[in-house]
Design a protein around this ligand. Structure first.
Ligand code: FES
Length: 616
């Protein structure tokens, strides 16, 4: 088969590919980061690239999704267009690929209790009179420090290093102990430092925290877009890819492990340390991310009754997973609760201490799959709400993730105002702006309770008249214009259409139904909740008032909402820095009562009611 050269600009990245490969496959091969929001299924229309040389006729699907002037200017969809000639392809404004990744969070007080301990040893040297083996003499030194002879063990990799390390350090070594095993040996006295890295593996982003395991100090923080996004934006598309593509699971596993290894390198380089000083890493991620990282087929999550392959804590050798830290290093996997309530939720509960709270609190992590937990130290109930991708900007006509160029907040003042992430010209709207826009329209009476954009004549609120220019018709449906094509970064208008409002209603309806069903299951009313804790990126950026106006969160709780940042990251750190917190994570996972929304008796009725807007 013929091979062609594709040149990607800016950067002049040249890739030779087989004829017939899609541009998406070509970009993946070249390692070019790109956001394929619908996973390359040709349904979101967001993977626009411009072909400046070698352009061929568009496919029917591209004609449906792109405007005539865009097609004429050479725009095509990277997931659909195949390479038939040598091509020059211009990638969109790279700024839009820079994602805002949430790394900050609330911290809490806890007892440091590392999984590893370092012990400095002066091991007896062998002599003609004392000819016992290296291992016996090393064990003898450990016994003198209080370790029990019978329990002591060592891995083969430690035993291999032992003769050289002992002699290279004049028999003054540091033993790194994991329980009663010698996990590593280091030259001379290295007891001052021991490192670990805590990871929060999100469907969209990965954050890693390099920690000093003795002091708990955070030495550096690194983050990246989860490279699996090239294979699908959400959990469902990853499950589909893992289950139906050839070597799909391996590709996803390799992608995440490579990203983890890159982050480890970046984190230690930032502070001039080395990977071999890292002995432990902890992992918090949703059940799908958890299974993929372990190379476990996640298909059981995808079909009823949606059970995970495993839900307990796990301690694995890092080398087994090809994670590049000290060869004796361990990976601490936090436990899952259910197929769609994973270790990331357990980490959030660990960090918020819901299991120790005297007051009843509601913890919400809003996303494509929103996780909701309600409870106190008495009991905790949790569910997962299939909100769909609207909050992340997918399936929304002008939607995009919360990246540079996204309108993130909208204000109805004398005129319509908005803020753009990173400043500059807007490229689209992200979930928080979608909420603000719709909430404002609901309050102005431009959108009714059922979500319909009214004709201006039907709007009775005089304040709404200020925005009458923004009410437009687009492709046969009502729409609200946020930014005219003359002021956007790509020359296309940014708006909210009637269909976008329907998408939002579905998403918020699912989340609100989850909250209502948990309240019913618990046997309390919304006003019994003392605090609403919003975890995760979306929760951190949304405007609480907007969330209450649209009914995502019960209105009476508006003043009890608190943003807690990347609480999953904090939970992951706790599990790494304290072995008792790691054990507590397992107790939390086992103690939470999971509520399956789909099989709740009145689910459809509750969901239908929850798609309406709350108008106070
Ligand atoms: S249409 Fe190409 S990624 Fe969605």
């Amino acid at each position: 088969m013929n091979e062609h050269n594709v040149v990607f600009q800016p950067g002049n990245v040249v890739v030779a590919v087989q004829e017939g490969s899609t541009l998406k496959e070509t970009m993946n091969d070249a390692g070019l980061a790109f956001d394929f929001l619908c996973g390359g299924r040709g349904t979101c229309g967001k993977c626009r690239v411009r072909i400046t040389r070698g352009l061929t006729s568009p496919l029917t699907k591209e004609e449906e999704m792109l405007e005539a002037n865009e097609l004429n200017e050479g725009f095509r969809l990277a997931c659909l267009t195949t390479v038939q000639h040598d091509l020059i392809v211009e990638l969109p404004n790279q700024k839009s690929l820079q994602h805002n990744i949430l790394i900050a969070s609330e911290e809490r007080v806890f007892q440091l209790e590392p999984h590893f301990h370092k012990v400095f040893l002066e091991v007896d040297k062998p002599s003609r009179e004392a000819q016992s083996s290296d291992w016996l003499r090393l064990k003898e030194s450990l016994i003198q420090k209080g370790y029990q002879d019978r329990a002591l063990g060592a891995s083969i990799s430690v035993l291999r290093q032992m003769p050289d390390v002992l002699r290279g350090a004049n028999h003054q070594i540091t033993a790194v102990m994991y329980e009663s095993n010698v996990a590593g040996i280091e030259l001379r006295d290295s007891t001052q430092t021991m490192l670990g890295m805590a990871f929060d593996i999100g469907t969209t982003t990965i954050v890693g925290y390099l920690l000093d395991l003795y002091s708990g100090e955070e030495l550096s923080v690194v983050s990246t877009l989860n490279p699996q996004t090239s294979y699908g934006a959400d959990v469902i598309s990853r499950l589909t890819f893992a289950g139906h593509e050839e070597n799909g699971l391996t590709k996803l596993q390799d992608a995440v492990i490579e990203a983890i290894n890159q982050l480890i390198s970046q984190a230690v380089e930032k502070v001039s340390l080395t990977k071999s000083q890292i002995y432990g890493i902890s992992i918090a991620g949703n059940t799908c991310m958890h299974h993929i990282l372990l190379g476990i087929n996640p298909q059981s999550i995808a079909v009823s009754p949606y059970v995970p392959a495993l839900s307990e804590t796990l301690v694995l050798d890092a080398s087994e997973l090809q994670i590049n830290i000290n060869p004796a290093g361990k990976v601490f996997m936090l436990p899952n609760i259910a197929g769609f309530v994973g270790a990331d939720t357990v980490a959030v509960l660990l960090s918020t201490e819901l299991d120790r709270s005297e007051d009843i609190k509601l913890v919400i992590d809003i996303g494509t799959n929103g996780e909701i937990a309600l409870g106190s130290r008495e009991k905790i109930v949790a569910c997962s709400a299939a909100a769909g991708p609207a909050f992340e900007g997918a399936q929304i006509s002008s939607g995009m993730r919360g990246a540079v160029g996204a309108i993130d907040h909208v204000y109805y003042r004398d005129t319509l105002e908005y803020s753009v992430i990173g400043g500059g010209e807007p490229l689209g709207i992200c979930g928080s702006a979608l909420l603000d826009t719709v909430a404002g329209l609901v309050e102005l009476g431009i959108i009714n309770k059922r979500g319909k954009i009214l004709d201006l004549e039907q709007v009775t609120n005089p304040a709404a008249q200020r925005f009458k220019e923004n009410l437009i018709q687009f492709e046969g449906q009502g729409a609200f214009l946020l930014a005219d094509s003359s002021i956007t970064g790509h020359g296309r208008a940014i708006m909210i259409t009637q269909s976008d409002i329907r998408e939002l209603q579905m998403a918020k309806g699912a989340m609100a139904a989850g909250v209502r069903i948990l309240l019913e299951t618990y046997g309390i009313q919304a006003q019994d909740i003392k605090e609403v804790l919003l975890a995760g990126a979306f929760g951190n950026y949304l405007t609480p008032h907007s969330a209450c106006v649209i009914g995502l969160i019960p209105f009476e709780l508006e003043n009890r909402i608190k943003m807690i940042g990347n609480a999953a990251g904090t939970g992951s750190k706790l599990a790494l820095l304290s072995s008792s917190e790691f054990r507590r994570a397992e107790a939390i996972a086992q103690g939470v009562k999971f509520v399956e929304l789909g099989s709740y008796p009145k689910f459809n009725k509750i969901f239908g009611e929850c798609t309406y807007f709350t108008i106070n």
